[in-house]
Design a protein around this ligand. Structure first.
Ligand SMILES: Nc1ncnc2c1ncn2[C@@H]1O[C@H](COP(=O)(O)OP(=O)(O)O)[C@@H](O)[C@H]1O
Ligand SMILES: O=C(O)C1=C[C@@H](OP(=O)(O)O)[C@@H](O)[C@H](O)C1
Ligand SMILES: [Mg+2]
Length: 173
């Protein structure tokens, strides 16, 4: 089984992905972590030094490497992954894609604590600006996220809920 988690920063892709991989006994990969490992520097450093275009090119390459390498995997993507370089087509063609949908209010609460390591959000001055930024980002990205065949509402999206969803869609491999 290849299961891909997509959704906004702070949706819980990394957190839930790790738990799902344990439950399904398949390897877990986090796309950002794979990029960081190959580049030997943080996502924030990559953005600061080489800019977003370079990050998106690496993200697209590393996604294809992970897919080619692992027939079974739970992959937590980055928030922007499905929106660049035909990455969504790769996800849709090679595995089961789940959109982890979380209300913006909840994202703001979670990301106030964790914005510093997320370069696209790090410049936000306070909660109001962070919220405005997230709403703008979501409005632009929804067209991509909404193409995921599977969807789960973030706060109540537990391992058990995903299990049920996959069962309902008869996903067994
Ligand atoms: N279901 C959840 N409920 C509350 N907080 C969560 C939940 N899932 C993740 N978080 C918290 O939200 C933040 C972002 O989670 P993370 O898994 O890194 O999201 P993503 O990979 O989608 O950006 C982290 O601080 C994490 O602890
Ligand atoms: O939304 C985005 O464009 C990004 C989200 C991040 O991943 P998370 O969604 O795990 O925070 C990371 O890939 C990078 O900072 C860009
Ligand atoms: Mg993540």
């Amino acid at each position: 089984m290849r299961l891909y988690l997509i959704g906004m920063p702070g949706a819980g892709k990394t957190t839930l992905g790790r738990a799902l991989a344990t439950a399904y006994e398949v390897p877990f990969r986090d796309l950002d972590a794979e990029i960081v490992r190959r580049e030997r520097r943080t996502v924030a450093d990559i953005f600061a030094t080489d800019g977003e275009a370079y990050f998106r090119a690496r993200e697209a390459e590393v996604l294809r490497e992970v897919v080619a390498e692992l027939p079974a995997v739970v992959l937590a993507t980055g928030g922007g992954t499905p929106c660049f370089h035909q990455n969504l087509e790769v996800l849709l063609a090679t595995g089961h894609t789940l959109y982890l949908e979380v209300p913006v209010e909840e994202l703001v609460a979670r990301l106030q604590r964790a914005a510093a390591s997320r370069p696209l959000l790090a410049q936000s001055a306070g909660p109001a600006e962070l919220e405005a930024r997230l709403r703008e980002t979501l409005a632009a990205r929804e067209q991509f996220y909404n193409r995921a065949p599977l969807r789960c509402k973030g706060p109540s999206c537990t391992v058990a809920a995903v299990r049920q969803l996959l069962h309902q869609y008869r996903v067994s491999s």
